[in-house]
Design a protein around this ligand. Structure first.
Ligand SMILES: C[S@@+](CC[C@H](N)C(=O)[O-])C[C@H]1O[C@@H](n2cnc3c(N)ncnc32)[C@H](O)[C@@H]1O
Length: 292
């Protein structure tokens, strides 16, 4: 789930009359959409007024923890938009069902790099402040590098790379301890995995890591690209984040980690059964259970 620090950054991006696009890759149960919708409704009355919350199971590793979905009324075309992209049809349907007919919350069924390429080529994000929350994974194809290759074309953006190794905080031998991070095919999600994409870019960018883990004890990397020093200071000042130079050796040491799939029951299930089958079955069971 998204860190509350991002709420502060989004509200500092807001000048009261500008458009802000929050683009999430990887929707799943739409928990982050629900959270950002709450933040946006407090920032722009046109985003809608919250009359209450509907509790739906969908959080935690087995989708058994309740997520709170704001019930929005008086919704108009707002300056603030949420787009969330997933290539798994039930994830797309989750948003359609939980935020029906909402012009400000846009679910997209597509592979994330394809969708980002299309939006950027069509200029859909031009003239907006953009914050990308990059959280699409779980399949054999890990789209992060292809997503970033598209986002970089914008030259000015904020990107949050969820589940990233935090140097000096994450445990290099245990991806699941505090400041947890993702590992695919023995490769950690860390700055080293993506930094070559930024070689030779013609804009300034800076990197920040959280001083404390996001909810669910996960790490992340915050990338600010194309902002002046003054704008950057305004966005991050006083927040529990620490900067790290792109060439700081602390996050340049290449480090493989060999995860033990038998140590993680969920990974074991996934290696034996197709992911779509496991997720579809869980969603079916959840639909049979009464709402909390
Ligand atoms: C960790 S979940 C996302 C969680 C969500 N962002 C949240 O905060 O609640 C990862 C999601 O990425 C999606 N995904 C995997 N590969 C993708 C791709 N190539 N394009 C779009 N979504 C993808 C999966 O279907 C899954 O729903």
């Amino acid at each position: 789930m998204i860190d509350t620090i991002i709420k502060s950054i989004l509200s500092r991006m807001d000048r009261g009359d500008n458009r802000i696009f929050f683009v999430e890759t990887g929707t799943d149960q739409a928990g982050t959409v629900a959270q950002v919708a709450v933040w946006f409704s407090a920032m722009d009355t046109r985003f809608g007024r919250i009359t209450g919350f509907k509790s739906i199971r969908g959080g935690g590793p087995w989708y058994t923890e309740p997520l709170q979905f704001p019930q929005l009324v008086d919704v108009q075309d707002a300056r603030l938009k949420i787009m969330t992209i997933d290539n798994f049809p039930p994830a797309f349907q989750n948003v359609r069902k939980r935020f029906p007919d909402n012009p400000n919350i846009i679910p997209v069924l597509n592979s994330s790099p394809t969708q980002l390429e299309k939006m950027i080529a069509e200029g859909q994000l031009d003239g907006c402040e953009r914050l990308f929350y990059l959280d699409a994974h779980w399949e054999d194809y890990w789209p992060l590098r292809d997503e970033l290759a598209q986002v970089i074309e914008l030259k000015r953006f904020v990107a949050v790379i969820d589940d990233c190794f935090v140097p000096g905080k994450s445990d290099p031998r245990d991806a699941r301890s505090g400041f947890g991070y993702d590992v695919y095919n023995g490769r950690k999600l860390e700055w080293n995995y993506i930094r070559d994409l930024f070689e030779g870019v013609d804009f300034d960018y800076r990197l920040y890591y959280p001083e404390r883990p996001a909810s669910a004890e996960r790490g992340y990397l915050l990338l600010l690209a194309g902002y002046s020093r003054e704008e950057e200071a305004r966005l991050v000042e006083g927040l529990p984040l620490f900067p790290m130079a792109a060439d700081d050796p602390l996050h340049l040491q290449f480090s493989d980690i060999i995860p033990n799939p038998l140590g993680d029951f969920k990974s074991l299930v996934r290696s034996l059964l197709p992911l779509a089958f496991v997720r579809g079955t869980l969603q079916f069971i959840l639909r049979l259970l009464p709402s909390r």
